[in-house]
Design a protein around this ligand. Structure first.
Ligand code: ADP
Ligand code: MG
Length: 158
């Protein structure tokens, strides 16, 4: 099952993020690959999801280093943006393995630049520009992801 929607504006994106947060299965950590060209709204979605998980501080793309970590009331969230990665070895240096235990969610922009050094995804969320808004497609890539997308779809159609 693939979930698809048109997000007319950032408000619609925030609404979807709220649904995605509520629909999250218990499995931890959940790994979401955020796909789409520059400017399609990957960081905006990451911020919206963090807000829905109760993060109140600023959420920007990590500018120094490739990763930011947030401690939300709903668990620790890792936000990775691999746009500026030069060598997948940089991921090894981050010691990502140490973050697997104890994190609730990983959000990864530009996962295709990881050279295979990321944990497998549970779902992929793909954004594309369709002015004035964005098209979003969410497809599950694990059993937990399937549960997640099923719950998102059920919430959206009820
Ligand atoms: P990315 O991380 O994919 O490069 P950003 O999240 O930085 O993209 O967003 C780029 C621009 O798209 C921002 O100016 C943001 O306001 C705008 N934007 C994000 N989501 C939407 C939406 N659903 N509808 C319209 N504009 C959006
Ligand atoms: Mg971004």
């Amino acid at each position: 099952m693939i979930f698809q929607a048109y997000l007319h504006d950032e408000e619609a994106m925030q609404q979807l993020a709220g649904v995605v947060a509520v629909a999250m299965p218990a499995t931890s950590p959940l790994v979401v690959y955020l796909e789409g060209d520059l400017g399609t709204g990957k960081t905006t979605f990451a911020r919206a999801l963090l807000r829905s998980m109760g993060e109140t501080g600023p959420v920007r793309s990590p500018t120094y280093g490739l990763m930011s970590e947030y401690t939300t009331p709903n668990g620790r969230v890792l936000h990775l943006d691999l746009y500026r990665i030069r060598d997948p070895a940089e991921l090894t240096q981050l010691g990502l393995g140490d973050y697997v235990v104890g994190s609730r969610l990983w959000l990864v922009e530009w996962p295709e630049r990881s050279g295979g050094k990321l944990p497998a995804s549970d779902m992929r969320l793909r954004l594309s520009v369709d002015e004035p808004g964005r098209n979003v497609e969410i497809d599950p890539t694990s059993q937990a992801g399937q549960q997640w997308v099923t719950a998102i779809t059920a919430d959206r159609t009820s």
